[in-house]
Design a binder for this molecule. Structure first.
Ligand code: AMP
Length: 298
């Protein structure tokens, strides 16, 4: 995508034909954002790993309602993938992503490379507890330290007023809110509701891995969450409602990783179905593809 070779730091900010700026170093990003903020403009960050879809676009649109300038980062963060996971095959579609960002009128595409994010000898990590315990961490124990580290770095690099994250990754959103509070980072975190395909499947870059047959059955995860929520509304005990959800996942050939109920605000485990606010969170394997989703119980 970058057409010319970078010769110095200022050259790493390049004006494109559209108003989308491509920025590739932390130094250039900070300079641009601080310039805007000195002019009284408000700036938001939307962190992503690229392979953008309408879920990401909704985060950008939500940010545009609140601030003057929106920075979208694309960085497939090696620190949050275990050796056996899909870092190498994670979809990378930078040309298409850039076109989507231009169409969405994003202001900056921040695309650091691995060596400018993790300098030689990098040895400091942010390791979250609390909201990071259980759920995703059971299967991916390395995951939230990788996420918390890169999000902390992106927030410190960008000096933005606000950052937007999807409720699709509900535990991640809780972990990010927790780290911002615990480490006194001067930024407001906003969650954005999940964007779904017509059949209910939560949009995800990883949905591209699904075969047509798997894709047909993948909305079973959302159906399972809905069925468990309905069971709770109908007066079922929590254990029975969760079992119903797991059963529906199985009926769609989704191997259950977890299917749990947590307090929405703290993510603490709950014992009774009458707890409010209550969120159902689930993950499972459709073939080799890991799907996650969640649903608020009203
Ligand atoms: P990712 O590129 O998958 O790391 O996601 C980047 C951001 O987009 C995260 O805050 C995700 O929670 C959010 N996101 C991903 N999929 C969706 C979706 N279907 N609806 C809303 N937000 C999403």
């Amino acid at each position: 995508m970058a057409s010319s070779k970078l010769t110095d730091q200022s050259a790493s900010v390049k004006k494109k034909m559209s108003s989308l700026l491509l920025i590739e170093t932390p130094q250039a990003l900070r300079k641009q954002v601080l310039q805007w903020r000195s002019e009284g403009l408000k700036v938001a960050l939307v962190p992503t790993m690229g392979a953008l879809h309408q879920g990401h676009i909704k985060l950008i649109k939500s940010a545009q309602k609140k601030v003057d300038k929106v920075v979208v980062s694309i960085f497939v963060n090696p620190e949050q993938f275990a050796a056996h996971e899909d870092f190498n095959r994670y979809p990378r579609r930078i040309g298409q992503d850039q076109a989507l960002l231009e169409a969405a009128h994003a202001d900056v595409l921040y695309k650091p490379d691995r060596t400018s994010m993790y300098l030689k000898g990098f040895a400091t990590r942010v390791v979250p507890e609390g909201a990071a315990k259980g759920l995703e961490s059971q299967t991916r124990p390395h995951f939230f330290a990788g996420v918390a580290t890169v999000v902390t770095k992106l927030l410190l690099q960008s000096c933005v007023d606000m950052a937007f994250f999807g409720e699709k990754d509900y535990q991640q959103l809780a972990v990010v809110k927790q780290l911002v509070r615990d480490l006194d980072l001067p930024v407001k975190i906003t969650g954005v509701p999940t964007v779904r395909e017509k059949d209910g499947l939560a949009m995800s870059s990883r949905n591209a891995y699904l075969t047509p047959e798997e894709r047909r059955k993948a909305n079973g995860l959302y159906k399972a969450l809905q069925a468990a929520a309905e069971a709770i509304h109908g007066g079922a005990a929590l254990g029975a409602a969760l079992d119903r959800g797991r059963q529906i996942m199985g009926l769609h050939d989704i191997q259950v990783d977890y299917f749990e109920a947590r307090r929405s605000d703290t993510l603490e485990p709950v014992l009774v179905a009458s707890t409010r606010p209550l969120r159902l969170l689930a993950a499972g394997f459709m073939g080799r593809t890991r799907l996650i989703d969640n649903l608020e119980v009203k």
